[in-house]
Ligand binder design. Structure first.
Ligand SMILES: [Zn+2]
Length: 91
């Protein structure tokens, strides 16, 4: 994946924008990002409700598509989602 964050890479702190998060979201969920980008993504998510919602939606749709565990960065979130899904009464 082409990550063109050029100027921010190589400096001390990576500051991601929402647009960057949209690009990185899939890799982030799969744990495919370099550590510094992952930390930057986490920090952005910590600050940004909008991107948390976005990731949440994306995570759900990815789960629907793949129908299996990704074993990635958010195994804990997956487990929680799976748990809550099982906890709901069927329609
Ligand atoms: Zn954001």
């Amino acid at each position: 994946m082409n990550v063109h964050l050029g100027a921010s890479l190589g400096k001390g702190v990576i500051v991601l924008k929402c647009r960057d998060m949209a690009e990185l979201a899939t890799d982030y969920m799969e744990g495919a990002l370099p550590l510094r980008l992952r930390l930057a993504a986490r920090w952005h998510l910590h600050l940004c409700q909008m991107c948390r919602n976005y990731l949440d939606q994306l995570n759900k749709s990815v789960r629907l598509v793949r129908g299996q565990s990704m074993g990635g960065a958010d195994a804990e979130v997956e487990a929680r989602l799976a748990g809550s899904a099982e906890g709901q009464p069927g329609e």
